[in-house]
Structure formats: C-alpha cells, structure tokens
Design a protein around this ligand. Structure first.
Ligand code: SF4
Ligand code: SF4
Ligand code: SF4
Length: 277
C-alpha cells in the first residue's frame, strides 16, 4: 500500500514551518500542552549533537597516543561508526527544513540519512539506499559544507515518514544553523529539549581575554546559549550542545571546543542500541 503520510507532510509542512517557534513557546506556557507534545512527538527520543570535526580539538593532544587506531579519531567518526555497523542506509534527496524555509545558504537537496528497517517504508522517490562507503563519503561532504550532524532516535521522523515503530528508524541529520527544526530547543519546554544532548566527552570553553564582544557567536548559536555581557560573550553550559559553530566563526579564536576520542566508540555503541537494526 502506498504510504501517503510523508507526501501529505511534505505538502503541508512548508505552510506551517514559520509557526515552529510559536508552537515551541506554547509548550512552555501551557504545561499540559507541553506534556502532550512530548508524549506524542518526542517520547523516548535520544539525539546527540556531534561537534564539527574541523573545529574540535582532541583533549589528549599533548600526550603520547599508544593506540594507533585512536590517533586519527574525530567527532564525526561517531556517525561513521554507526554507519559501519548498519544496513538499510537511506539518503533523502531533500532536507525538509531547508526546503520549507527556502534556505539561501545551504543546499536543500542535501538531506538526512535514515537507518533501520523503517527505511523500507519511505517513499522511494525521496532518495536512495547507499552503501556504507557512499554514506561515509556523504558525511565527509557534509562536514566540508559546515553542516552539523545530529544523530539518534527521533520519533517525529517516524511520524512524518510514517515508518511505524520509532525504534525502527535512526536519524542522522546534517543541519544548518538557519533552518533546522531543532532550533526550537531555544524555546521549547525543558523536558523536551533534554532529549537533545551534547556528545559524551565534548566540551567548550571561552577565553574572555581574547573576546571583543562582536556577537557573531551569539548570532549563530541555534540554542541561544550565548549572551553578551558587558563586552564579553558568555556561554551557558546548560544550553550549549557543543556543535562547534561559534568556535568556527569567532574571529579571535576565543572559543575552544574539545572532544575525548576515547568516548567515540562508546557513543557509537550507545546509539546503535537506540534502534532495531
Ligand atoms: S533536522 Fe536538519 S537535516 Fe533534518 S531536515 Fe531539518 S535541517 Fe534538514
Ligand atoms: S565571536 Fe568571538 S570575539 Fe566575537 S563575541 Fe563571540 S567569542 Fe567574542
Ligand atoms: S554555544 Fe551554541 S554555537 Fe557554540 S557550541 Fe554551544 S550550541 Fe553550538
């Protein structure tokens, strides 16, 4: 039977995309509404933000690395590690957020990857199945474009794609700072935004002496984790998901993002358990 729900979603979502922040704020204002939305759309979700590999520095730079296999580990190896342990890898030929928001800065034909048996219910004209090698090349291309990977189980995707049990679909988003639906974390109820976390071992710090208060880090932050106080940027560690964009844009190298390469494999294993492969 033809799966009509994704086709309806693709037709309908662009018309309501601009209401997303208002809806997010409503989950805060009306407690019961927030609980219903969490149950309906985010129940059991676990999404991890992967720091940009070109920006993040490993924490053990100054020690001798005994394990040669660890030497070149970068944050996006979390994504590649999941891909390497998966089958049924489906690449969408559009990003619904960029398409809905008419993105001017990033290509709308670069979409999410979905993994798991739920992929077989996605309308075939929405993309194609990839080999692991092709998927890993695609991840590198997204890195070069400056897109941020967000990986995990996201019930909302199994709903709009109508792929059945949300344990059957793993999402790898490749997100821009301007259009991503997940920018709602800045306004949404805390119980919902809590499903959306920084990668284990990732951290961020600020050298206030270098900061000139230009505000570029604040403007690019999807989580509204940065404020300018006096003439210095201040990062709210509770809100920051360590995506790395602010460190990338800072003209004074005042922000440092680090990651612990020894956490990469454990994150891969944790993510693999989220979904029935
Ligand atoms: S969540 Fe990110 S990759 Fe997924 S559709 Fe939205 S912007 Fe595109
Ligand atoms: S981008 Fe850099 S210099 Fe500008 S406010 Fe942020 S930390 Fe300071
Ligand atoms: S402060 Fe914002 S832009 Fe910077 S790493 Fe954290 S979430 Fe990303």
């Amino acid at each position: 039977m033809v799966n009509v729900i994704p086709r309806l979603s693709v037709a309908f979502l662009p018309k309501v995309f601009n209401t997303r922040y208002r809806l997010a704020r409503m989950t805060n204002r009306y407690d019961r509404f927030g609980r219903v939305i969490r149950k309906m759309l985010f129940d059991g979700d676990d999404m991890i933000v992967v720091p940009q590999s070109g920006v993040a520095k490993r924490i053990d730079l100054d020690i001798e690395i005994e394990d040669a296999g660890q030497r070149n580990v970068v944050p996006s190896d979390v994504v590649k590690g999941v891909i390497d342990n998966s089958r049924d890898i489906f690449l969408m030929n559009f990003c619904l957020c960029r398409k809905s928001n008419h993105c001017k800065d990033y290509p709308a034909d670069v979409g999410c990857i979905f993994i798991g048996k739920g992929t077989h219910r996605i309308p075939p004209e929405y993309g194609r199945f990839l080999t692991k090698e092709e998927a890993n090349v695609f991840i590198d291309e997204c890195d070069q474009m400056g897109l941020v990977h967000i990986i995990g189980r996201n019930k909302l995707d199994s709903i709009w794609l109508h792929t059945g049990d949300h344990h059957d679909l793993l999402t790898i988003c490749n997100c821009c700072p301007c259009c991503c639906l997940w920018n709602m974390v800045r306004d949404i109820n805390k119980d919902i935004s809590a499903v959306y976390t920084r990668m284990e071992g990732a951290s961020i710090s600020m050298d206030a002496d270098r900061c000139i208060g230009c505000g570029q880090c604040r403007d690019i932050c999807f989580a509204k984790a940065v404020t300018i106080e006096g003439s210095k940027a201040v990062i709210d560690q509770d809100k920051c998901r360590v995506c790395g964009r602010c460190a990338n844009i800072c003209p004074k190298d005042a922000i440092e993002v680090t990651y612990d390469p020894s956490c990469v494999e454990s994150e891969v294993q944790r993510i693999l358990k989220l979904v029935n492969m």
